[in-house]
Design a protein around this ligand. Sequence first.
Ligand SMILES: *[C@@H]1O[C@H](CO)[C@@H](O)[C@H](O)[C@H]1NC(C)=O
Ligand SMILES: *[C@@H]1O[C@H](CO)[C@@H](O)[C@H](O)[C@H]1NC(C)=O
Ligand SMILES: *[C@@H]1O[C@H](CO)[C@@H](O)[C@H](O)[C@H]1NC(C)=O
Ligand SMILES: *[C@@H]1O[C@H](CO)[C@@H](O)[C@H](O)[C@H]1NC(C)=O
Ligand SMILES: *[C@@H]1O[C@H](CO)[C@@H](O)[C@H](O)[C@H]1NC(C)=O
Ligand SMILES: *[C@@H]1O[C@H](CO)[C@@H](O)[C@H](O)[C@H]1NC(C)=O
Length: 891
Amino acid sequence: MGHFLGFRMLWFLLIALGIEAQKHSIPRGPNVECLGGLLRLSSNESWSWGHQLEIDAVDGATFLPITMELASQCGFRKKIDHWGNTKLFASVLNCFVDSTDDESFALTVRLRPSGSPAFEVSKTCQYSAWASREIICNENYMEVSVRRRVPTLEDFDLTEHEGVDDDDGDQASSPLKLWKVQFLTGASRTMTLEEAHNAGFGLSVSRTRAVLRSPFDKPEIVMMNVSGIPMQVIKASTYLKRKWMVKLLDSAAACPSGGVTFTEEMITWQLPIRISPLLSSNSPTIFELHMGIEGKRLDASIMAARNYKLTKTNSHLIVEIPVGSVDGYYKSHVFDYQYYITYNIEPMLEVLWREEAMYDDTRYKVLFPIITPPMARPPFIQDYTVGENRVFDLFVGSFLADVDLVNISFTSGVMSVAEANAQGFNVQEHMLPNGFKGYSLQVPFSDPVVHQENSAVDVTDNILLVTFGFVTLPENAPFSHPGMLKASLQDIVLPNVVGTCDQKYFYITVAYGSQGHNFDTVVGQRKLSPDIAEEHRYTQNDTHFSITVHFLAQDAAFEMVWASTLRSRLNVVLRNSVNDWNLKDFSLSCSFPMTMTECFSNGTMTALAVKVESVPDLDMSQLTLKDSRCKPAYSDHIFALFSFGVSTCGTTRKFTNHHMIYENEVSLGSRKAITAADQYLIMVSCYYGINDTYTLPFGTMPNPEPVVDAGMGVFIVRMQLALDSSYSFFYLEEHYPVVKYLREPLYFEVQLMQNTDPQVELSLENCWATSAEERTSVPKWDIIVDGCESLADSYHTIFHPVSADARVHFRSHFKRFEVQMFTFTSEGVALKGPVFVHCDVIICEATSPADGLCSRACINKPTMSTASKKARRSTGNVHMEPVSSGKIVLI
Ligand SMILES: *[C@@H]1O[C@H](CO)[C@@H](O)[C@H](O)[C@H]1NC(C)=O
Ligand SMILES: *[C@@H]1O[C@H](CO)[C@@H](O)[C@H](O)[C@H]1NC(C)=O
Ligand SMILES: *[C@@H]1O[C@H](CO)[C@@H](O)[C@H](O)[C@H]1NC(C)=O
Ligand SMILES: *[C@@H]1O[C@H](CO)[C@@H](O)[C@H](O)[C@H]1NC(C)=O
Ligand SMILES: *[C@@H]1O[C@H](CO)[C@@H](O)[C@H](O)[C@H]1NC(C)=O
Ligand SMILES: *[C@@H]1O[C@H](CO)[C@@H](O)[C@H](O)[C@H]1NC(C)=O
């Protein structure tokens, strides 16, 4: 009896409290909706992350926080979505509801937003379309209520009509009350009402209904495979008792715990049509079918607009929902420090069916939260850096709103976002159109967190190593994303080298460039050390340094040797001392005047051989002239000097129209040309013009490598007047003009001076006298014509033999003749006054078979007829030069 009274009293109290609470309804409060057998409270105001909304059930003057246990036992579910919004789902049959006739249900809860005052919210919902059996599958419990009987007014008359009827209409004296429950599934236990409450079950009766509510983690629940879908099933018999009788109500609930398949784009959820544990016999007939979201039905147009599909096969109801649709939300996750997202949506299926044989119908409502498997969303860094701006400009994304950037690590350390902004890195959050967000960051190249490297001689790589530290909310799960950004700038002015030459030196100037003195200078083969710098007269200022290098310095390379020129080259390399890159390769090649061959009038030749870079291994002391016995007079590692007479060391001679040429060669002689590297050959030649002042420009001949060298020299030919026919004494220069009497003979001698070559012969081709100094003046008197004495008058010219003596070493170098003074007549009158004698002198090779005429004084037999034809001397191999006497005055 007491039990019964207590139960009725509780109902009464709840009603009273519900009315009381309504007074405190607050206008800005959350939205509460009536959704059939459910109330849904949605709060989205300002209780964002970190400001959790606590909800208390209101039980009279006490407030009971809706814990997990309370929620599953009493028919509540609290849900916090991605945006931090709290939703509370409450069954209209929850433990704290204030129900009127099982048609009107009032609920009051107290909301406690952290940091704000608590306030109460009340809502009354009407629900009268009860089916015989109503099953709700919520996330944390399943609930089944069955019709007990049609309620009557007596149910509320606790004092006068204690013996309320049961649904048989039996007029008994006392009302039915809950006595015990026998579970038919799983652990199949029987429990008293108290034991069942203590075990977490919710058991109650209202005027018309008996309720069984069970959390999912009970041993009384069994898993069953229903048409391929796993379902959790509970069956129980509830015993209601009054004085003399016991009434038994069977309850069964089954809720799916699977049946969802995923693709990238689509969520498919299947529910069996024949939920066999809930059916007593054959197939049910479906009268109503609804799809909804979070407990709220959707109409067909919204379903179409959102591409939701609800289809029915023979065996299953199939719900299809595109991933990402607006009714769900994405949520961030961190697994193994990696960023993932899931898509969360809570579809609802509501079915009203009736089994044909029975007249009882069942309303079956499943709220089915679905979370897709985690989808990896590796963050990415987008580099918007424009090198010229010298600022790294990057964006890291993309994240859901429940991710927060907390810190940024650089190689120098970690900064909070605030510190990074204080440093000037301008960290900003950006919302993207797709609902994701990202952060931008700007770091100047000049900031110490940026590293500089050189990837090419004139390129600076700016490198930023950065790691962003994030957390997800509200879990505060950390994850990070590292990035490396590189911006290359061609911003280095390389050092540069310029140079010039004069007759002796290379002048090299090096401009430092933008990297300062940070390079090595290699001159030739040697690095420019302080010693070498001093050797090369190093000078410097802030921007440049200069060196002066002699063209014969060991750092120079000799490219080519010409007649009187040495082509010398200086290589200067500027090298990065750190990574050995050549910053600059410079080479300056100049021709410097240098006497390579000297040709002396006495027939001595000197030849200087220089080691050129094409034969680097040459041992200069091994060089010889054509006659390999002729070795250098001096040699070192660069030079070899030869000095030799023109008639020695295999020297050959050659005549051209204008010169006599002595030639020799400097080479390795018998060892020559073993390898290409040994091919060293210098042609040495002296060109002698027969004139004491005549200098011949000599050209360079394009000879084979490595070099050709030609020197030049002169033979001096002298005509002297002897005092007498002994040719022992001569008039000297200071005696001129020499005064002579007519008929006094004149004794001339023509001599090739200084030459010591016995093979050379001097011949007189033509000699004549003029009264003026010019050789070509008229009148003109022949003395020797074509090598023969002139027969123009009876006092003709006489050749005198030459014999060797102290003065005459080579007879062939001399010719002597005698002329009578009165040879010089003009129209029978002897000439008086000045006379000049001129000769054309021929120098030729005495023994040359090609010119046998050379040694013969006169080719043609002298005749009286000057007009007669004369054989001409071949001039192929001879050289004809003029020679003249000084002034002779005839008196
Ligand atoms: C808050 O709730 C109201 C009414 O339920 C809705 O119109 C609004 O869009 C919600 N705002 C947010 C941010 O969820
Ligand atoms: C459920 O039962 C069906 C046959 O009825 C079977 O094909 C299927 O593999 C079962 N599924 C599970 C999860 O046991
Ligand atoms: C930076 O953030 C990451 C990720 O949230 C975290 O793991 C790390 O401890 C933070 N570092 C510091 C120094 O705060
Ligand atoms: C430094 O030397 C270079 C080359 O000799 C010259 O062009 C430049 O003007 C000098 N600069 C100063 C500041 O003296
Ligand atoms: C020839 O003249 C040169 C230069 O005057 C001299 O050095 C050399 O010894 C002379 N040679 C002879 C053989 O007299
Ligand atoms: C030597 O040659 C030059 C040039 O041809 C000439 O002018 C000069 O008179 C010549 N000297 C002698 C002594 O013949």
